[in-house]
Design a protein around this ligand. Structure first.
Ligand code: GDP
Ligand code: IMO
Ligand code: MG
Length: 424
C-alpha cells in the first residue's frame, strides 16, 4: 500500500492536524518526520480540543500506530509531559508510539541558546523563533555533535558521549553566551529516566515503516510547519531549521520514495504567519486585527498573535512545485464569511515588472498584485456538502483552484472532524 503525505503549503498553522486526523481513519501508521515541539497541531473531535506538539495528530484513533521519525528533534521533557497529558485524557500513548533510534535528542542547552540568541538579536536579525531550541539541535546534528534516541539505550556509552558533548557545549554557553553551564548530573539522570520510560518504544523505524508498507499497511506522513518556513524553499533566514517539504518527508522517515503516492498540500483560504519575515499579502493595522479575531489566529504553541494576510496564489504555486502537491485542502473558508469582497494575491511585481515565480530572495521588495472576489454573508460553518455553499463561495473556491492549477480535494468549514467537504 502507498504512503501519503500531508504538507503545509504556507507558513505553518494551515490546519494540517485537522486534515491528518480526518485522514487517519483510513490509515494504519502516522509518521511525524521533522520539526519538534515548535509545532502546535490542533484537532477538534465532537467539540473537544486536543493540541499536539511532538506526538503525531493521529494518536486519537485506537487502531493507529504513531511514529516519531528520524528527522524529528525530540525534547524528552516536552514529550513526556505531552504523553502524560494525553494519557490523562484516556489515550494509550506509550502503547501506540514508536520512536526512531536515529532521531536527535533536544537538550536544555539547545533551548537556552535559542532564547539567548533571540533575546540578544537586534530587531532586524531576530527570527521570532518559538524558543524551543529547534535550530540549535539541528545545528548540532549537522555538526555531528548530537545525541540520538538510540544512544540512550546504552548507559555507559551515553555517559561518555554526553560528557564529551557537555565539555564543548559548556564552553560555548559560558564564553560565548554568558550563560550558566549545564550540569551532567542533571541531564544524565533525566535521559536515563526517559530511556526507562520509553526505551521499549525506541526502534529502527526506517525498516519498520518500509516493511509495513510491503505488508500492505497504509502510512500517512505528517508534516509540521510549512513550505514558506522550509530551510531551503522558504523565506530564508526567516524559516525553521528543517525541511517540512516532500524531500524532508523522505529523509526524515526513511520511507522509500517509490512508496509515496499523494502529496496533499494544506492551505488556509487566506494566509497567516508567526514570527518575522516577508509576507507579501499581509493585512496590516485594524483590518488585520479583524481577520485575526475572526479566525482565532493565535499560536497554539506560543500564544503569539499570528500575522494575517490574503490567499497568495504565487506562494501556493511555489509549494505545488517544490512538493509535487497533487491535491489541495482548503481550510478555514468559514472564517471569510464576514467579507463583502475578498482580495487575493494573483502575482508579484518587482520594479514594475511581473515576476514569473516566487523569488528565492528579496520577497520583502515585491509588490503584490491583487484581484477581488465577491464574498458571501451567510454563515457556512460546518457545511459538509459543496452544493450547500452560497454560489459566491463556490465560485471563490473554483477560482482559487483554477489560479493555482491543482485540484482542491477537500474543503474545511470548521475546526471539527465533521466540518469537512469532500469534493467530487
Ligand atoms: P496546524 O499547525 O497546521 O495543524 O494548524 P493549527 O492547529 O496550529 O491551527 C489551525 C487552527 O484552525 C486550529 O485552531 C484548528 O482547530 C482550526 N481549524 C482548522 N480547520 C478549520 C476550519 O476549517 N475552520 C475553522 N474555523 N477553524 C479551523
Ligand atoms: P506548525 O507545525 C507556525 C516559525 C516560528 C519562527 C520560525 C522559526 O504548528 O505549523 P523555530 O522555533 O522553528 O526555530 O522558529 O518558524 N514556526 C512556526 N510557525 N507554525 C509552526 O508549526 C511553526 N513552527 C515554527 O514562529 O517564525
Ligand atoms: Mg500549528
Amino acid at each position: 500500500m502507498p504512503a501519503n503525505l500531508v504538507v503545509g503549503a504556507q507558513w505553518g498553522d494551515e490546519g494540517k492536524a485537522k486534515v491528518i486526523d480526518y485522514l487517519s481513519k483510513d490509515t494504519d501508521i502516522i509518521v511525524r518526520y521533522q520539526g519538534g515541539a515548535n509545532a502546535g497541531h490542533t484537532v477538534v473531535v465532537g467539540g473537544k480540543k486536543y493540541v499536539f506538539h511532538l506526538v503525531p495528530s493521529g494518536i486519537i484513533y485506537d487502531n493507529t500506530v504513531c511514529v516519531i521519525g528520524n528527522g524529528v528533534v525530540l525534547d524528552p521533557d516536552y514529550f513526556l509531559q505531552e504523553c502524560a497529558e494525553l494519557e490523562k485524557s484516556g489515550f494509550r500513548v506509550s502503547e501506540k508510539i514508536l520512536i526512531s533510534d536515529s532521531c536527535h535528542i533536544l537538550l536544555p542547552y539547545h533551548r537556552m541558546i535559542d532564547e539567548a540568541r533571540e533575546l540578544g538579536s537586534s530587531p532586524e536579525r531576530k527570527i521570532g523563533t518559538t524558543k524551543k531550541g529547534i535550530g540549535m539541535c539541528y545545528a548540532d546534528k549537522m555538526l555531528r555533535m548530537g545525541l540520538r534516541a538510540g544512544d540512550l539505550l546504552d548507559k555507559e556509552g551515553l555517559k561518555k558521549k554526553l560528557e564529551h558533548i557537555l565539555d564543548v557545549k559548556n564552553q560555548e554557553l559560558v564564553k560565548y553566551y554568558d550563560l550558566e553551564p549545564v550540569r551532567f548530573d542533571e541531564i544524565y539522570p533525566n535521559l536515563l529516566h526517559f530511556a526507562e520510560r520509553m526505551g521499549k518504544n525506541i526502534i529502527n523505524t526506517i525498516y519498520y515503516l518500509n516493511s509495513e508498507l510491503e505488508k500492505g499497511k497504509r502510512i500517512l506522513l505528517e508534516g509540521a510547519q510549512g513550505t514558506g518556513l522550509d530551510i531551503d524553499f522558504g523565506t530564508y533566514p526567516y524559516v525553521t531549521s528543517s525541511n517540512p517539504t516532500t524531500g524532508g518527508a523522505l529523509a526524515g522517515s526513511g520511507v522509500n520514495f517509490r512508496h509515496l503516492k499523494d502529496v496533499i498540500g494544506i492551505t488556509k483560504a487566506y494566509a497567516t504567519r508567526v514570527g518575522e519575515g516577508p509576507f507579501p499579502s499581509e493585512i496590516l493595522g485594524e483590518a488585520g486585527d479583524v481577520l485575526r479575531k475572526l479566525g482565532g489566529e493565535y499560536g497554539s504553541t506560543t500564544g503569539r498573535p499570528r500575522r494575517c494576510g490574503w490567499f497568495d496564489v504565487e506562494m501556493i504555486k511555489h509549494s505545488i512545485t517544490v512538493n509535487g502537491i497533487n491535491s489541495l485542502v482548503l481550510t478555514k473558508i468559514d472564517v471569510l464569511s464576514h467579507y463583502e469582497s475578498i482580495p487575493v494575491v494573483i502575482g508579484y511585481e518587482l520594479k514594475g515588472k511581473r515576476l514569473d515565480h516566487f523569488p528565492s530572495q528579496g520577497l520583502e521588495d515585491v509588490k503584490p498584485v491583487f484581484a477581488d472576489f465577491k464574498g458571501w454573508k451567510d454563515d457556512i460553518s460546518g457545511i459538509c456538502d459543496f452544493a450547500k455553499l452560497p454560489p459566491t463561495c463556490q465560485s471563490y473556491i473554483n477560482k482559487l483552484q483554477e489560479l493555482v492549477g491543482t485540484k482542491i480535494g477537500i474543503v474545511s468549514t470548521g475546526p471539527d472532524r465533521e466540518h469537512t467537504i469532500i469534493m467530487k
